[in-house]
Design a binder for this molecule. Sequence first.
Ligand code: UFG
Length: 341
Amino acid sequence: MKKILITGGTGYIGSHTAVELITENYKVHIVDNLSNSKIEVLSDIQKITGKKPCFDKIDLLNKKETDDFFKINNDFDAIIHFAAYKAVGESVAKPLMYYRNNLNSLMNILSNMQKYNISNFVFSSSCTVYGQPDMLPVTESSPIKKADSPYGNTKQIAEEIINDFLNANKQLKSISLRYFNPIGAHESAHIGELPIGMPNNLVPFITQTAAGIRKQLKIFGTDYNTSDGTAIRDYIHVVDLAQAHILAVRRLIKNENKNNSEFFNIGTGKGNSVLELVNTFEKVTGLKLNYILTKRRPGDIEKVWADTSLAYKELKWKAKRTLANALLSAWNREKIYRGIK
Ligand code: UFG
């Protein structure tokens, strides 16, 4: 049985990926510092899969803690590295926190990969590396422009660090998955996106507003050059996204990669505006959302959506689930979590 280490595995995408891996018969070991997730997620994963992953509470920023963990646990077939801060707006306000956390933790892991010769690395990258692309849909060969936020910059720098590291360690391999905007929840509603404190991302803010936890959703920016003036993103169902990780891990383990550092866009190929998303949420849930239109949020780009043909060609991966399905699953998870009938 292949053994996979998932950093940030109790978080949103990490937990969904853990479920998919366990379902595919991989042995999963999670490390997380629980800064934006709860330990109960492990039991939730067990409710879905029947298996509880191994878990260690590790702060990957702490080199000694990380090194001590790897001293005992180093027989992994692959590492999937999710652990990172991820909010664009917050990164504008707290840039050092983002650079320190997202980059030091990455380097602490890579040094242990080298030390213990763990060959395969899947990195949680982001479409944010493209900044505001000149051409849409954006392909993997689009120029990497100056990032619009410190968060985006951490993902650009992280990809460079990985490339330089792999150039120096030819026996190691990596796939960076450039996610577009992950939303939704597992169909069982046992896991989902449950940020601690005020949500930064759109969909948890929407579901918490619908649940009465937040008074009002603010729609940031109505003067973008789009059909309704609100910003456009490519919203991808988190379970589709999680499944892309399984294919990436399998490709690396089977040595099917074409070079030792690969990059794939993981999105639906379709852009939706913030207002379209709100309207779809209202339609599928039958609820009325309390929202207002406000000014732009610093660090946001206007529009982006993915060209996903490379992921299809190389990984045989394609998004299967719809926006409506994703929004309904997010709402179902919020309802169960809050005890709403
Ligand atoms: N938005 C609102 N109101 C809110 C929250 C968000 O109008 O309360 C808008 C944003 O301004 C943006 C859109 O909804 O136009 C999506 O915003 P999110 O915060 O949900 O997502 P981002 O596009 O800013 O960032 C997300 C992830 C990043 C990832 C990026 C890739 O947080 O990790 O998608 O596009 F890199």
